[in-house]
Design a protein around this ligand. Structure first.
Ligand code: GAR
Length: 217
């Protein structure tokens, strides 16, 4: 039986800037947090986000193997040797194999810069503006084999302003991401959010309690 007082050992996988990694590290440094960042993994040796791991004295590892099979073999070894229980993808721009996704079912989280299921894939902010949506935001979800899909844990919503550009929208959504990802990890690590029939009730209730709103300033 896992010790309920113990923090869930979490790995964060990044490819670049790592601002969501930083938000997760800051959350886990708080007393009472239900998760700890045990390992940071990057698929790019020069990923700027690795600096956040170093600054916080967190072990980081590079997986830049050429084939997905080799890369995931190394990743699996690392996850095992660091006793990882939860994985957070934070701007990790590789598609994981269905086998790995299945092995980590309901323990593998991703953040995506749109209100899923709208705007899966890349350039979400430009596409949201082109579609003329009034609301936009970000989603933290459990990963399934299909890219940018899976049971939704937390969404952050903001109103689109007529003056928004893809850049301004990206900046405001990113601020929301930094609140949503720690909130979602906390819900999962504490056991408050669990998958039931591909939905994620919080505390067993059918409606999610977490809706973060950022009105237009
Ligand atoms: C974030 O905006 C995240 O939502 C996005 O990459 C960025 C990483 O920023 N992820 C995806 O688009 C995944 N489909 P960060 O490195 O500063 O956290």
């Amino acid at each position: 039986m896992p010790d309920p007082a113990a923090r869930r050992r979490t790995a964060v996988l990044i490819s670049g800037r790592g601002s969501n990694l930083r938000a997760l590290i800051e959350h886990c440094a708080r007393p009472g947090a239900s998760a700890e960042i045990a390992l940071v993994v990057a698929d790019q040796p020069g990923a700027p986000g690795l600096e956040h791991a170093r600054a916080a004295n967190i072990r980081s590892e590079i997986i830049d193997q050429k084939t997905r099979i080799e890369l995931e073999r190394k990743l699996n070894r690392l996850l095992q040797s660091f006793d990882v229980e939860i994985i957070c993808l934070a701007g990790f721009m590789r598609v994981l194999s269905p086998e790995l996704v299945a092995a980590w079912r309901d323990r593998l989280l991703n953040i995506h810069p749109s209100l899923l299921p709208a705007f899966r894939g890349l350039e979400t902010h430009r596409r949201a503006l082109e579609a003329g949506v009034r609301f936009h935001g970000c989603t933290v979800h459990f990963v399934r084999a299909e890219v940018d899909a899976g049971p939704i844990i937390v969404q952050g919503v903001l109103a689109v302003s007529p003056d928004d550009t893809p850049e301004s929208l990206a900046a405001r959504v990113l601020t929301l991401e930094h609140r949503c990802y720690p909130a979602a990890l906390e819900l999962v690590a504490s056991g408050r959010a669990q998958v039931v029939n591909e939905r994620v009730p919080i505390d067993g209730a059918s409606a999610p309690e977490t809706l973060l709103l950022n009105p237009v300033a």
